[in-house]
Design a binder for this molecule. Structure first.
Ligand SMILES: C[S@@+](CC[C@H](N)C(=O)[O-])C[C@H]1O[C@@H](n2cnc3c(N)ncnc32)[C@H](O)[C@@H]1O
Length: 305
């Protein structure tokens, strides 16, 4: 799992980080920002806060803007933590795989997570979270909702990625390029014919707005029009790289779906928080874009002094 996220995070800075949740606009969603502002209200420069599965630091940026000075971000992906270090050099970045963390019991006043801790198995991660919160401290999270708006969007995107892979476009395109480089007219005519079906599928996916399909379509056409500038090896590498990108994207969509929490899962999280000495709030659905578009569970707990 971490390799998919690493593949995603490497080379991506904060400006592109919202694409982790394509279409949801986590980075810029006013409702989500307002939620975090309410969590951070009243906290001080000295508050010790950790964001678990922090990615490139979407929530930490908000915490910093709210004036909290002692910030830590933890994520399984070293690529994410590198992006965090670039975006927010003053934040302590830690690479670790939840549900285990290297932090001490009661190390933090505030533990937060945005579409994060649930990737590690929500109840086990909640046990760790309860361990990390100081007496008098709190936990707040926005988490994926089973059958919610993001879950549905990921299902649609995963289906498109699977169609692209099943179309066999990459293999068929490679065959065309191989025969073109070999200057084998007969093979070329045959491979062009075989490419027609997969190309139609790719064109439909691109027209439906699938970014990776658009990229592959445009790139393939450009390579073809400038064949003399490349070797077959260059082109095969580019095509293979794109196939790997589509597979990683599909895994990420599947991971997001797999992480989505049902009502029972959230009850399990709250039970684990309570077991760890916290008082858990009743779970709430967060639907800032309308009741038919739930985008998160709001999960909260506090540890009494
Ligand atoms: C959907 S992204 C959210 C990132 C960030 N919280 C945000 O809102 O932009 C999920 C994050 O969980 C991280 N992740 C997945 N499994 C993890 C695990 N077991 N432990 C720690 N982080 C994990 C991924 O690397 C990724 O950065």
């Amino acid at each position: 799992m971490s390799s998919e996220w690493d593949n995603y995070w490497s080379g991506r800075g904060g400006a592109q980080a919202s694409a982790a949740l394509d279409g949801v606009g986590v980075e810029t969603h006013a409702g989500i920002a307002a939620f975090w502002d309410s969590v951070f209200d009243g906290l001080t420069r000295e508050t010790q806060l950790v964001d678990l599965a922090c990615g490139a630091g979407t929530v930490l940026r908000r915490a910093s803007a709210a004036g909290i000075g002692d910030l830590t971000g933890a994520d399984i992906s070293s690529g994410a933590i590198n992006a965090l270090a670039t975006n927010m050099p003053d934040v302590t970045g830690v690479v670790c795989a939840l549900p285990e963390t290297p932090f001490a019991d009661g190390q933090f006043d505030v533990v937060v997570s945005q579409y994060g801790f649930e990737y590690a198995g929500a109840a086990q991660a909640a046990t760790e979270i309860a361990r990390l919160v100081k007496p008098g401290g709190k936990f707040a999270a926005l988490s994926h909702v089973k059958d919610g708006a993001i879950d549905k969007e990921c299902a649609g995107k995963a289906a498109k990625a699977q169609i692209l892979l099943d179309s066999g476009f990459i293999g068929a395109a490679k065959n065309v390029f191989a025969s073109a480089f070999a200057k084998d007219q007969k093979a070329y005519d045959a491979t062009i014919k075989q490419l027609a079906g997969p190309q139609k599928t790719l064109t439909e996916l691109a027209a439906s707005g699938m970014g990776l399909a658009m990229h592959i379509q445009t790139g393939t056409a450009q390579l073809f029009s400038r064949l003399a500038n490349y070797t077959f090896g260059d082109i095969a590498d580019w095509l293979d790289g794109n196939e790997a990108e589509v597979r990683a994207y599909l895994s990420r969509m599947d991971a997001m779906r797999g992480a989505a929490l049902s009502t029972d899962d959230v009850a399990g999280v709250n039970a684990a928080l309570e077991q760890g000495g916290m008082v858990a709030s009743a779970p709430e659905i967060f639907a800032p874009d309308g009741a038919d578009k739930p985008i998160a569970w709001i999960i909260r707990g506090k540890k009494l002094r």
